[in-house]
Design a protein around this ligand. Structure first.
Ligand code: ATP
Ligand code: MG
Length: 167
């Protein structure tokens, strides 16, 4: 039984995240998509909203026989991973710029908890420039999110800023 944690903010979940989860499903029996709670960060979506959206869009991807569930946690990732009896942490690498930070985190996590391996996965090229931050920026400036996030996520973003409108 191979269980991995895929941690992140998922504020909101993008097609890049889903691509990594689909690929992870080929390697693991179970993936826990774990939202990291940052008490001091001001998010766009609440934890509950992010959990709900993730659960919804995860139904739409190819999971094979892999079980994918959504959770959230606070504090040290490796402590959470051990508590969940996970073997690995999955992280997505888009470009060299991700690698530097991710390598540092992976090595620190290994030092803190040698039993857990970090697995880096590369998304399809189409998603190699997609980030939640950029998605929010494009959205706030009125650009289309077609192909960057699932339609349900774009709809939730619109709803969030214009709760009264029903288009
Ligand atoms: N398009 C993508 N392709 C591959 N990996 C990705 C992609 N977007 C995010 N990831 C990876 O998913 C994990 C969780 O990322 P996170 O929730 O921080 O998303 P993010 O898009 O980087 O958000 P933010 O812009 O807020 O930092 C990280 O390992 C990150 O590198
Ligand atoms: Mg990020």
């Amino acid at each position: 039984m191979r269980r991995a944690i895929y941690p992140g903010s998922f504020d909101p979940v993008t097609n890049g995240h889903l691509d990594i989860i689909e690929r992870g499903c080929k390697l693991f029996d179970e993936i826990i998509v774990a939202i990291l709670v940052h008490p001091e960060k001001q998010p766009f979506f609440t934890i509950d909203e992010r959990r709900e959206m993730l659960s919804q869009v995860l139904q739409q991807i190819d999971r094979g026989s892999c079980k994918v569930r959504v959770d959230h946690f606070e504090g040290l990732l490796v402590q959470y991973a051990v508590a969940q009896q996970a073997n690995a942490i999955v992280r997505g690498i888009r470009a060299i710029s991700d690698y530097e930070y991710e390598l540092q985190m992976a090595l620190m996590n290994r030092r803190l908890e040698p039993s857990i391996e970090t697995v880096f996965m590369m998304p399809a090229e189409t998603y190699s420039y997609v980030s939640s931050r950029l998605v929010k920026e494009v959205f706030q400036l009125g650009g289309t999110l077609d192909g960057l996030v699932p339609p349900a996520v774009e709809a939730r973003m619109k709803q969030k800023v214009r709760p009264a409108a029903n288009d």
